[in-house]
Design a binder for this molecule. Structure first.
Ligand SMILES: Nc1ncnc2c1ncn2[C@@H]1O[C@H](COP(=O)(O)OP(=O)(O)O)[C@@H](O)[C@H]1O
Ligand SMILES: [Mg+2]
Length: 364
């Protein structure tokens, strides 16, 4: 799994018994992207109109090699050989997500043929296309896994995944109630982008820079007027929409806000859009569990708690799964669904007409 943050390739080694819906995490690792690939991916995402077909074709293969490498390195550290692995679930690197195009598509690169050939392991990939073909958004896909792993009859749970983009899953105590889930909007993506323009690091560690600034309420309200935030689900979004150009559209109207206060306001934007998305679902027995890299941003979590003062907020660590491994585990689980010829999407979440078996299988 590698999300839009481009912070690394997450690999999870997971055990799944066919008689249970659950999984157990055996080992996990995050590998750095080979130098050069991140720059190229960022360039393609920022200038989709100027993509060179030859470069794009080569990037697809280079990413496949990188993903295969990441799998092999984890297996080496665990001293496990390929024949013990039933399948790899490879999400791929999203270059462009366009569920509302006349011909809806979601483009993930990282050639699965290369992964299967290099590792000798059957590879399941291209999970989003089939849901799109069935009229869905192709996203988010993690809610089915959240339901399988985290549903509880004792409390209502909301899982919030804060990656480059944020998405939520509402798990009612009643297991038969349709799962609600959608992308809420920006997660860490805008925070990283702004931080990288003003610092040498990749992200605002613990949200420290933002925490020492001030929220600008005018800018915050202005950004909150973005129509996506009040749009009714099913909905999904990505970096092709919530990016620097989106931010510039708002910032261009102001010239007296410090760079630091902009970081603070962007952190508040992520917190507020998540809070607005879930506040109507909160009951007295609701507990919120955070996963994704945003779980490490203490200031972001403090702002979320401030926006939802009565809500109990934890991370998925409290449910026994590290917030850094949830998404990678989700794609292992989705691969297992596909290998068992079972559906992976939730029509109540993506808006698809049907539950469908997701992805393509590339045999070992
Ligand atoms: N210690 C930390 N402090 C603040 N933010 C963090 C920290 N660790 C990770 N993050 C944020 O999480 C992001 C990675 O989150 P991740 O869930 O991997 O997103 P994606 O799925 O988009 O790759 C980083 O780019 C960064 O913004
Ligand atoms: Mg990541």
């Amino acid at each position: 799994m590698s999300g839009t943050s481009l912070d690394g390739i997450d690999v999870a080694l997971v055990e799944k018994r066919s008689d249970t819906d659950s999984i157990a995490l055996i080992a996990a690792n995050t590998m750095p992207f080979p130098a050069g690939l991140v720059k190229q991916i960022k360039h393609f995402s920022a200038y989709p109109d100027n993509v060179n077909l030859i470069d794009l074709g080569a990037l697809n293969i280079a990413l496949g090699e990188a993903f295969a490498d990441a799998v092999q390195r984890l297996l080496e550290t665990q001293s496990i050989s390929a024949e013990h692995i039933h399948a790899i679930g490879s999400h791929g690197q999203t270059l462009f997500h366009a569920p509302d195009h006349d011909f809806p598509f979601s483009m993930q690169l990282g050639e699965p043929s290369v992964i299967a050939q290099r590792t000798g392991i059957t590879t399941v990939a291209d999970f989003r296309q089939r849901d799109l073909a069935a009229g869905g958004q192709g996203a988010p896909l993690v809610p089915a896994f959240h339901h399988a792993l985290f549903h509880s009859v004792d409390e209502q749970r909301i899982i919030v995944n804060i990656g480059g983009i944020s998405n939520i899953t509402l798990l009612s105590r009643d297991a038969e109630r349709a799962v609600i889930g959608f992308d809420t909007g920006p997660g860490n993506g805008l925070l990283d982008s702004w931080y990288q323009q003003h610092h040498t690091g990749n992200f605002d560690e613990n949200g420290q820079w933002a925490a020492a600034g001030k929220v600008n309420p005018t800018l915050l309200d202005d950004m909150l007027s973005e129509p996506y935030f009040s749009q009714i689900a099913p909905k999904s979004t990505g970096k092709e929409y919530f990016n620097q150009a989106w931010l510039n559209h708002y910032l261009n109207k102001y010239n007296d806000i410090s760079n630091q206060d902009i970081q603070t306001t962007l952190t508040a934007l992520t917190a507020h859009t998540i809070a607005l998305s879930i506040q109507t679902y909160i009951t007295t027995d609701t507990v919120l569990y955070i996963c994704g890299g945003g779980a490490h941003n203490a200031y972001l979590l403090a702002l979320l708690q401030k926006a939802l003062p009565t809500l109990l907020i934890k991370t998925t660590e409290a449910l026994g799964l590290s917030p850094d491994s949830v998404e990678a585990c989700a794609f292992a689980w989705l691969a297992a669904q596909t290998m068992a010829n079972k559906p992976g999407n939730l029509p109540s979440v993506t808006g698809a007409t049907d539950s469908v078996v997701l992805g393509g299988i590339y045999p070992a």
